[in-house]
Design a protein around this ligand. Sequence first.
Ligand code: KG4
Ligand code: ZN
Length: 344
Amino acid sequence: MTLILGLESSCDETAAALVTGERRILAHRLAGQEAAHRPFGGVVPEIAARAHVEMLTPLVAAALDDAGIALDAVDAIAATAGPGLIGGVMVGLVTGKALALATGKPLVAVNHLEGHALSPRLADPELGFPYMLLLVSGGHCQLLFVEGVGRYRRLATTIDDAAGEAFDKTAKLLGLGFPGGPAVEQAARAGDPRAVPLPRPLIGSQEPHFSFAGLKSAVLRARDAGLHRAEDIAASFQQAVVDCLIDRTRRALAVSPRATALVVAGGVAANGAVRSALQRLAQERDIPFSAPPLWLCTDNAAMIAWAGCERYREGLIDTLDAPARARWPLDPTAEKARGAGVKA
Ligand code: KG4
Ligand code: ZN
C-alpha cells in the first residue's frame, strides 16, 4: 500500500494530508486564513507566508496523529512547489524537503495545478484517461486535455482574469465580502439571473480562450447605475460566467473526440450553478461527468498527496534541490494567449 504525506501552502490555505494509493484519505487537516486577510479584501502574500510558517508543522503532526501513523511509515513526501505566492510555496516546499531528508523518503515536488487536475481521480475510481478538464480556480481558467499523469495539453486559457478572480472582484464591487465566490453564489440564490443584461465575452468566438475582464467592468457599471439589487447583479453575473464556461467547454469537446469524460476541478468547481451546467453539457455529449466533492475543489492537501501518489507510482520523484516556482504551466508547450501584454 502506497502512503503519501501531502503539504499545501501556495495561497491562503495551510494543509497537510495522508492519502493511500487505494484512495483512502487517512487524515486531512486544513487551516484557512480568511480572518487574517478579510480586512484587506484579498490575500496579502506576506501575511499568508507567515501564517504558513506558524501552521504547517503543527498540522503535519495533527494529521499523523489523526491517522495514528508515524512519519516513518510514509512512502514519500509530496509538497506543492508552485505555482502560487512564492513565500508560501517556499514554506511548504522547504518543510517537505526537511521531512524527506530527516526520514530518508523521496520528495515529490507537486505542481498545484496538477493537484487540482488529478483530484477528480481521487474521488472517482472510475475516471480514467484521457479526459477533458475545466480547471477553474482563483488564479487559473483553463481547458486541459488530460492524457495521463504529467501529460496535459492546454486547449484554452483566459486572456485576462481567471473565473475565480472575477467572482472575487464582483463580490468586492457588490460589497458581499471575502472570500468572494461563495458569497456571490449565496447572494445569487436570492436573485434573478435574467434581471441584468451582462456581456458574455468571447462566446461563439473562433479562438478557444476565456475572457472575464469585460464582465467585471459591466458589473461595476450595473452597480453604479443603481437600478438593480445586488442579488440580481450577482445572479446575472454568475449566469454570464456559467454561459461563458459552457460555450468554451463545448467548443473544446467538439475538437477533442477522444475525451472519455468531462471533468471540473479547482475552487470555482464548488459552485452549484457551474456544476449543474457542466453536468448537462456532459449529458448532451453523452459522456460521464466527474466533479470532486466541494471540499476537494478548493485548495487542500489531499489533492497534493494524491497527485504525489500518482507521480510516485510512475517513478516521478524529485531531488532535494527542486525549485519553488511562482509560475509553472502544466503544459509548457502551450502558446501564450493574447492579453496580459500579448497582442493577438
Ligand atoms: O482552487 P482555489 O481554492 O485556489 C486557487 O488555487 O486559486 O480557488 C479559489 C477560488 C476563489 O476565487 C474563490 O472565490 C473561488 O475559487 N470559489 C468559488 C466558490 N468557492 C470558491 N467561486 C464560485 N462559487 C463558489 N462556491
Ligand atoms: Zn488551487
